[in-house]
Design a binder for this molecule. Structure first.
Ligand SMILES: Cc1cc2nc3c(=O)[nH]c(=O)nc-3n(C[C@H](O)[C@H](O)[C@H](O)COP(=O)(O)OP(=O)(O)OC[C@H]3O[C@@H](n4cnc5c(N)ncnc54)[C@H](O)[C@@H]3O)c2cc1C
Ligand SMILES: *[C@@H]1O[C@H](CO)[C@@H](O)[C@H](O)[C@H]1NC(C)=O
Ligand SMILES: *[C@@H]1O[C@H](CO)[C@@H](O)[C@H](O)[C@H]1NC(C)=O
Ligand SMILES: *[C@@H]1O[C@H](CO)[C@@H](O)[C@H](O)[C@H]1NC(C)=O
Ligand SMILES: *[C@@H]1O[C@H](CO)[C@@H](O)[C@H](O)[C@H]1NC(C)=O
Ligand SMILES: *[C@@H]1O[C@H](CO)[C@@H](O)[C@H](O)[C@H]1NC(C)=O
Length: 540
């Protein structure tokens, strides 16, 4: 049965790209968030008369996953503002979005950018950064930005103050309007602006703000201590008493006359995780959970594939320190290559191409990769995670494959005869984490850990293997029980006592000598599993 499933998988190579595009995404229209890609983002941003909030994210990054429920709930609340504000998201972890994320200079995720309703094309620039993940701060920043924008479609709000020249005609500009609410805003207050925003769900109402009773003269309203006036199309005016808030008084007034706010979004039905588990995935999970645990070539291949086609080319420019980091990283990859023959040709070619420059851009880098890859059939064949399979959307995958690759590289480097001095692999990983890792929290933690655990003191290849093992266990401990933990693959102190009974002492300390041997066996190239790839012969 399992074999049959894999035949089906292998028969559909190259399809992965488009199939993936239909895979689950972190957000949906039901949350008031529309996913965009490199084709749909530019025309959407150029639409006038709507403000746009765009979240650039990396679906594999823990921070983005943890932020998702917050952003969803905020976006659902902001559905109330849909007359002026639309919400979008772009997943920078997808190959087809690399270019657009590079153009918008997305250096960390999640990144929130606001795009104005009046600017379009070049004038839009890269948008306004909203550097917070606190929903209250985001909400109030958006209130500032949205109210400074201009909207000109019928039914859209006008944030400008009422002018002495305003008349009944100038206040009622379109047919759908049943009432205008005039609300008083004392100096240094935002009560008027906030009323406009909070009353947006009433389609038949326009709220206008006045600072000065003189400006109501043409409307026949005398200066008084009243603060809210409702006017209908005939000019009939009624002052409202305000006990609680402008919003409450005006809302009550409208509801008494049977005007209802547009309802909020219906609750979404939580989709069952089992929908996500197709038969192939279930077969893979059964295989991967077998003991003894194995490391899968398919994952190492996926890691390199995503690195070359997504993570690295997202950089705008490689120059100076980040160019050196790129060079060291690719040197290590090409020398300790986990790929097949063609993959070796590709990585060596890339290493050579880079040594001819002292700087390059992300798009040149992508072009170089593509040019080298073109004459080489089938470098990347699996296009699917195996050991890094997940039982729920967005978990494991890329970051898991990176760890697997990194451990593999430390083990490979320890084999003689090897030219790379001890510590080279760790410093290449460090450079990658510092400059290129799209997961910002991972990058920051790793750099902090490298200092604290004195990565610079690693003197032998064996120490290098164990340093990464201990560091990884520290990350596992921190993330144990986190929202990003896959229940089928709990974060344990690795290896489990089941997989390596001799690795632990009786008082659950480590026998590092045993651990070292276990890692050298597990990550040994000869011991890697081909499961999920075309046959092992076909692989090399
Ligand atoms: C450098 C780096 C830093 C990261 N930092 C963060 C962070 O700060 N915050 C965050 O939310 N996420 C971080 N991540 C992601 C996170 O560590 C996991 O990759 C992600 O949660 C997926 O976990 P997983 O269950 O697939 O196992 P992973 O932790 O990804 O491990 C992959 C596989 O490696 C093997 N393994 C596990 N532990 C060890 C070990 N100690 N030694 C050798 N092999 C081992 C197991 O086979 C495991 O299945 C980081 C990832 C990387 C590569
Ligand atoms: C307005 O002021 C008058 C007198 O100054 C007072 O009698 C009246 O109660 C006030 N009305 C409100 C709604 O505060
Ligand atoms: C405000 O309070 C007065 C008296 O308590 C009441 O008659 C009126 O209906 C209230 N108005 C609103 C909008 O709640
Ligand atoms: C890169 O090389 C060019 C010449 O090929 C040189 O002029 C330039 O200064 C170098 N830049 C750096 C950053 O080394
Ligand atoms: C651990 O405990 C077992 C019995 O439970 C004992 O035979 C063994 O000697 C102990 N090993 C160490 C290192 O203490
Ligand atoms: C493969 O792993 C086994 C243990 O699982 C070990 O005995 C063997 O030495 C390993 N092979 C290599 C080449 O490391």
């Amino acid at each position: 049965m399992i074999r049959l499933l894999f035949c089906l998988m292998i028969l559909a190579p190259g399809l992965g790209y488009r199939i993936n595009q239909n895979e689950a995404s972190l957000y949906s229209k039901d949350d008031n968030v529309v996913m965009l890609d490199s084709d749909s983002l530019p025309p959407t941003l150029s639409q006038k008369s709507e403000s746009k909030l765009v979240q650039f994210l990396n679906s594999f990054c823990g921070d983005c996953q943890r932020f998702a429920p917050v952003f969803k709930s905020l976006s659902r609340d902001l559905y109330q503002w849909r007359r002026v504000l639309h919400i979008y998201a772009v997943d920078c972890a997808q190959e087809w979005n690399v270019e657009i994320c590079r153009e918008f200079n997305i250096r960390q995720t999640p990144t929130l950018r606001y795009f104005s309703a009046v600017l379009a094309g070049k004038d839009l620039g890269l948008g306004v950064d909203i550097p917070s993940q606190d929903p209250k701060v985001i909400f109030s920043t958006l209130a500032d930005l949205v109210s400074m924008d201009k909207y000109d479609l019928p039914g859209q709000p006008n944030f400008e103050f009422v002018m002495p020249s305003d008349t009944l005609d100038s206040l009622f500009q379109h047919d759908g309007q049943a009432f205008v609410a005039l609300v008083y805003q004392p100096k240094d207050s935002q009560i008027g602006r906030d009323s406009i925003l909070s009353l947006l769900p009433y389609d038949q109402l326009s709220v206008r703000v006045f600072e000065d009773y003189q400006s109501l003269f043409n409307l026949g309203i005398q200066p008084s201590n009243q603060t809210v006036f409702m006017i209908d199309r005939e000019g009939k005016t009624e002052a409202l008493s305000v006990n609680e808030s402008y919003q409450a008084s005006i809302g009550k007034f409208l509801q008494n006359r049977n005007y209802k706010p547009v309802p909020s979004l219906p609750e979404t039905i939580k989709s069952d995780a089992s929908d996500f588990l197709d038969q192939q995935k279930q077969a893979i999970i059964v295989q991967v959970l077998n003991h003894p645990r194995k490391i899968y070539r398919a994952d190492l291949e996926q890691a390199v594939d995503k690195l070359l086609h997504i993570e690295l080319p997202k950089t705008l420019i490689f120059r100076g320190a980040n160019f050196m980091a790129l060079q060291s990283f690719l040197r290590v990859l090409s020398q300790l290559n986990p790929l097949n023959k063609n993959g070796k040709v590709l990585l060596l070619g890339l290493d050579k191409a880079l040594s001819a420059f002292n700087q390059t851009s992300g798009s040149e880098f992508a072009d170089t990769v593509n040019a080298l890859e073109k004459p080489l059939p089938k470098v990347f064949k699996g296009k699917r995670y195996v050991g890094c399979v997940s039982s729920k959307p967005f978990l494991r995958g890329f970051t898991c494959s990176l760890w697997s690759l990194f451990h593999f590289l430390t083990v490979e480097a320890a084999k003689s005869p090897n030219q790379l001095p001890p510590g080279t692999v760790l410093s290449a990983i460090h450079g990658f984490a510092k400059y290129f890792f799209g997961c910002s929290d991972c990058s920051n933690h790793f750099q902090e850990m490298a200092k604290r655990r004195r990565m610079d003191l690693v003197r032998t290849h064996d120490e290098e293997i164990l340093w990464l093992w201990a560091g990884h266990n520290e990350v596992n401990k921190r993330l144990s029980g986190d929202a990003t933990e896959d229940p089928k693959f709990p974060k344990i102190q690795f290896p489990s006592s089941e997989d390596c009974p001799s690795c632990r002492t009786n008082n659950s300390d480590w026998h590092t000598g045993e651990v070292l041997q276990y890692l050298k066996d597990l990550y040994n190239k000869e011991n890697l599993s081909f499961y999920g790839l075309p046959t092992s012969q076909g692989y090399n």
